[in-house]
Ligand binder design. Structure first.
Ligand SMILES: C[S@@+](CC[C@H](N)C(=O)[O-])C[C@H]1O[C@@H](n2cnc3c(N)ncnc32)[C@H](O)[C@@H]1O
Length: 304
């Protein structure tokens, strides 16, 4: 288990990683792809999760097959029953393997069913709460250039959810790793900076609540609205539902420190591994279909 030690510094509680005892490579079998930081395992994620010790994973980021997404090569239709049976077993294991300060980020969006938006995305939140997760945040992934199409009485679908769940209220949180440029009106910001009561806060990269309003810093905390283009990069395995590298990169920086372990149980083309490798986090990928994960060595070599 990764242990954390809290030490107060300038009023901020800092947590240090003091000693991992579990390494992703311990899961590797013959034929699995490994790097110094991680392992990509071909198989059912439930089997993989069951081999992972309790309280050993710092972050799970995943995008499971969307409901009635029958485009994968395994022939499974991923209807509602799959979520109630299989997916909840997977999340039960995720709850067990997360370390007490870890998080689980679920990227999900129900499909439209006839003239209605599917409700599974909301039901999942309640099911996971019943399972014992804390529902921390609902980030919105907004796609500036959504895929084109004809949608009858709907407009283009340009958002997905990234639901953050945790095991305890004291989840790891490093917003200073994800500061973004403030979008202030420059004139207004300069006049605010001249006010004595604000001046002391000018250099604080808080961006939160009163600090942000009063100080107008140049760099602020990101918001829950994430702007990432959908994945337009080369798709040599014709995977039907990849997320962009920016998505796991953002959450890995926000919720982990270097050296910690990130797991993606529905890994697809292993975008989460690419982000983790770049950021110096250790990683575990599980994916049913070797065809999809086969791109990982190339992705690591080219960095995309
Ligand atoms: C939405 S995709 C993930 C895409 C990934 N985020 C990426 O960027 O490439 C979901 C993946 O889950 C895989 N999958 C479905 N059931 C699985 C299971 N029981 N264990 C492991 N992988 C599974 C599918 O083959 C599919 O590639």
């Amino acid at each position: 288990m990764l242990r954390v030690a809290a030490s107060p510094r300038r009023g901020i509680v800092r947590h240090e990683v003091t000693g991992p005892t579990f390494h992703p490579q311990q899961l590797a079998r013959e034929g699995d792809f490994t790097t110094a930081l991680g392992v990509s395992i071909i198989g059912n994620c439930l089997d993989v999760l069951r081999q992972i010790p309790d309280d050993s994973i710092d972050l799970v980021i995943t995008s499971p097959p969307y409901d009635r997404q029958g485009k994968y090569r395994d022939g499974e239709r991923y209807v509602r029953q799959w979520y109630e049976d299989t997916f909840l077993k997977v999340t039960g294991e995720i709850l067990r393997v997360l370390q007490p300060r870890g998080s689980f980020v679920l990227n999900y969006r129900s499909k439209r069913h006839g003239s209605e938006r599917g409700t599974l995305q909301y039901e999942l939140v309640f099911w996971l709460r019943d399972q014992g997760f804390l529902f921390c945040e609902d980030f919105i992934w907004g796609k500036p250039s959504p895929p084109p199409g004809r949608f009858n009485r709907f407009v283009k679908d340009a958002v997905e959810y990234c639901f953050q769940f945790a095991k305890t209220p004291d989840w790891q949180f490093y917003p200073d790793n994800c500061l973004t440029p403030a979008r202030w009106d420059a004139k207004d910001r300069e006049s605010r900076k001249r006010l004595p009561q604000n001046f002391v806060r000018v250099n604080e990269p808080s961006g939160h609540g009163r600090h942000r309003v009063n100080a107008g810093p140049d760099m602020v905390r990101p918001s829950t609205l994430l702007h990432f283009e959908p994945e337009f990069g080369p798709n040599p395995t014709s995977h039907p539902a990849r997320f962009p590298i920016e998505l796991p990169t953002f959450f890995t920086k926000l919720l982990t420190m270097p050296g910690q372990i990130v797991l993606d149980p529905f890994a697809g083309t292993c975008t989460t591994a690419l982000a983790a490798e770049r950021l110096g986090r250790r990683w575990i990928m599980a994916e049913l279909d070797r065809h999809y994960t086969d791109v990982l060595p190339d992705r690591l070599r080219t960095g995309r």
